[in-house]
Design a binder for this molecule. Sequence first.
Ligand code: CTP
Length: 403
Amino acid sequence: MSILSGKNILLGISAGIAAYKTASLVRLFVKTGASVKVVMTPASKDFITPLTLSTLSKHPVYSSFTNEEDDNAIWNSHVDLGLWADIFLIAPATANTMSKMANGICDNLLLATYLSAKCPVYFAPAMDLDMYKHESTLHSFKTLKSYGNIMIPATSGELASGLVGEGRMAEPENILQFIENDILNKLPLKGKRILITAGPTYEAIDPVRFIGNHSSGKMGFEIAKASAHLGAEVILITGPTHEKVSHALINMVPVVSAEDMYNAVHRYFENSDIAILSAAVADFKPKEVASQKIKKSDNTLTLELEKTKDILASLGAIKTHQFLVGFALETNNEIENAKDKLKRKNLDLIVLNSLNDSGAGFKTETNKVTFINDKNEITEFQLKSKAEVATDLLNEIIKQLNA
Ligand code: CTP
């Protein structure tokens, strides 16, 4: 799945011959799952028709401040367009449009939208080779970059004038790739390796029976997805669950028992930067596992249980650089118990769920959590979806790591 999926992309087209390539560009963006709107300078309509672009983008195309053909003229708000966009790409960016952008001139809708946009702005210049090298153009490049705008350089090749040199707008496929890579490289967890545990564990009694719990694994899977969306490489060690995930950055390691989970976690911990242990690990397991199915010969059956290894505490004991996060499900004296757990297990952050809160816990879609960090700072949240809780948790971790 492209990082652009679900994003709002505003394409600004200025008047260069390369505008004919924007039809392909719109198609490519739409294919990634992005929503695409187009704003054109009036002169660019000589190079490609608004009808082509509105058909491909499935949105009206904007080129003036009001909808002139309509008797009840509608104001096309540059502010709304600028705020709608997650990404604003100006392609082709002509020498004229770039010079105006650099100087705050806003005599058309594209330029006014540029001044209103708060999102990242990319520009892909296109012009003849001598224009591309002119001092004033170089000055525009420099000024726009100093505003934080991102240049997608032109390439060399045959130009519309017949001359050969630098000035060809980057090909649509390369523009798409450039933007995807740029976003991926700037993700806050890019290059971080995150280890996550999820789901229940099953402790065998005999070949067909086990002791388990009602954990769905949903919270851990949401944390894995949110981590990957922020650019992290994820190892998701999960007990038996119906949850599914498919993402290039998520490597799933299925396990069954607490012992399996312990071994898997220790295999990956050393190379991790962050470990988030959200699994509901069984605290006890049968001391002996019967090799044959246990027959119901007597009226009662006594199982002797022994403690499983505490995976979280074992990581707290050996951690070096890793940021370690545990969960605590408490029923009484919640904050004090969670603080105690944080200290005892040498954690950097603990996520407290209280069973006293409705909507929080095992089988629900929602969760209500409180974060406590190693400075005993407490952040309480409202009831939210587990996906939102996952995002809150990762934002908190990023904040702590950057503190
Ligand atoms: N955990 C673990 N290994 C275990 C048990 C729990 O890694 N064998 C982790 C869970 O993934 C979770 C946290 O520890 O992050 C939950 O701890 P919890 O079971 O609530 O706390 P305990 O320390 O076992 O304390 P108590 O049962 O006394 O509340």
